[in-house]
Design a protein around this ligand. Structure first.
Ligand SMILES: Cc1cc2nc3c(=O)[nH]c(=O)nc-3n(C[C@H](O)[C@H](O)[C@H](O)COP(=O)(O)O)c2cc1C
Length: 431
């Protein structure tokens, strides 16, 4: 039977199968285009697999920054500028990368940053992240814009779930969210402050990503024909989306929308409440009063803000520029970390995210004064690439790289890590 005798659907399916088998790629690219999670050896591999699995409109939302995406490049480049100075003839036959944080000991010095909408990228994404974190004994920060609810996350990972708060315009809702997190006993409340307004994410504007938020299958037809056609080359994701009748709801917001509200209605309601550009330091003082447990502010970049937050009594600061998604001209968190450390390092616990892609990056951030490091995209790539095993793979990759680099630099335990392990460009400053 000639190709001409095949229906459009059969031809599309055949083309898809060929693509999956890598047969349309030159032979030197085939391995890459057929690679699965088990074969991934670094975060970039998971990134590539995730890109293959997702329609571009969804992948762009995860991967993208804003405007010219200079912040994205800057975040990763900041790590590339540092060199670790190895020390030898140290017994590194056993290495311990466990790290204590807010009275708990975690198996590694890293955790999962909050990422909204994970259930749209892969069904059940939030709970996969929670489950993998619990199994690996690392913290998982559930996003305030997650699809699962904090109650569900606490069931899956009772000792590892933290909750990230986006304040609502209605203070009653904000208070209810804080009290819910408090009553559930989440490990920490993480207030994100770097979203006073939504940013100009140009990939999403071009793709009309907003249509996908909380949309039904029918609304997806409002997308540009080219976007739909491209999405159809990822039938696995599209079929899953259709089978579930569209985008998932926002689990933490459902109780505040009208009774029986559809995912789209919950989403529209939540979008009418966030972001809240009127939030001020006075609100932070309120959250401090309402939440007696560990309170962390995420997104602080200026040493003066860090001093002010410390004065209000927050327990931790997660230095972050939202993974280059909010202000394209913001410095890389790694670059501001030493200044924040000098300002408040003795008063609050410092953590960092944005641009971490290697175990060595984590060690560099620790050497510069962070107690703990987080990442957002890497575990999402893992989830999209291979579900729960994919998230575990991302964690395993980071853990393995940290272990090897600790041995390479002569640092059997994290307590010993400090600025002496970083090469100073001015050679006279190296000790
Ligand atoms: C798809 C996606 C969704 C995100 N959603 C949230 C969110 O809901 N709340 C939040 O505080 N940060 C959110 N972030 C930012 C992350 O918490 C984190 O700061 C960022 O991903 C770190 O950079 P990295 O991806 O380079 O590791 C999101 C990031 C991504 C990539």
């Amino acid at each position: 039977m000639g190709v001409g005798a095949l229906s459009f659907g059969q031809r599309a399916e055949a083309a898809y199968r060929l693509r999956l088998a890598g047969a349309t790629s030159p032979f030197w690219r085939r391995e890459e285009s057929t690679m699965n999670v088990n074969e991934a050896i670094n975060i970039e591999d998971l990134h590539k697999i995730a890109r293959r699995r997702l329609p571009r409109i969804i992948f762009d939302f995860i991967e993208g920054g804003l405007e010219d995406e200079r912040g994205l490049t800057r975040n990763e480049a900041a790590f590339h500028r540092h060199r670790l100075l190895p020390r030898y003839l140290v017994d590194v036959s056993t290495r311990d990368q466990s790290q204590s944080l807010f009275g708990k000991t975690y198996a590694s010095p890293f955790g999962i940053s909050p990422t909204g909408g994970a259930g749209l990228y892969v069904r059940g994404g939030d709970l996969m992240l929670a489950a993998a974190a619990a199994e690996a004994n690392i913290p998982y920060i559930m996003s305030g814009a997650s699809n699962a609810s904090m109650e569900e996350a606490m069931k899956r990972a009772p000792n590892h779930t933290w909750f990230q708060l986006y304040a609502a315009q209605d203070p009653e809702i904000t208070k209810a969210l804080v009290e819910r997190a408090r009553d559930l006993g989440v490990g920490a409340l993480v207030l994100t402050v770097d979203v006073p307004v939504s940013s100009k994410r140009e990939r999403n504007l071009r793709n009309r990503f907003q249509i996908m938020r909380g949309s039904s299958v029918f609304e997806a037809f409002k997308l540009k024909p080219a976007t739909i056609a491209e999405a159809l080359t990822h039938p696995g994701w599209v079929l899953d989306y259709m089978r579930h009748g569209g985008a998932p709801t926002l689990g933490n917001w459902a109780p505040y929308a009208a009774n029986g509200a559809s995912p789209k209605e919950v989403n529209t309601f939540a979008r009418s409440q966030m972001p809240f550009p009127g939030q001020t330091w006075r609100d932070l003082e309120n959250y401090r009063r309402w939440f007696p447990g560990t309170l962390i502010v995420k997104g602080i970049m200026s040493p003066q803000d860090a001093v002010r937050a410390a004065g209000i009594g927050v327990d931790g600061i997660l230095v972050s520029n939202h993974g280059g998604r909010q202000l394209d001209q913001a410095p890389a968190p790694l670059d501001v970390l030493p200044a924040i450390n000098a300002a408040v390092g003795d008063k609050v616990t410092l953590m960092l995210d944005s641009g971490v892609r290697r175990g060595a990056d984590i060690l560099i951030a620790l050497a510069l004064g962070a107690r703990f490091v987080f990442f957002g995209r890497p575990t999402l790539y893992g989830a999209v690439a291979g579900g729960l095993p994919g998230v575990k793979k991302a964690i395993e990759i980071f853990r393995g790289e940290i272990d090897l680099v600790m041995a390479q630099i002569g640092c059997p335990g994290l307590a010993e890590l400090g600025p002496d392990f970083l090469w100073q460009e001015d050679w006279q400053r190296n000790r």
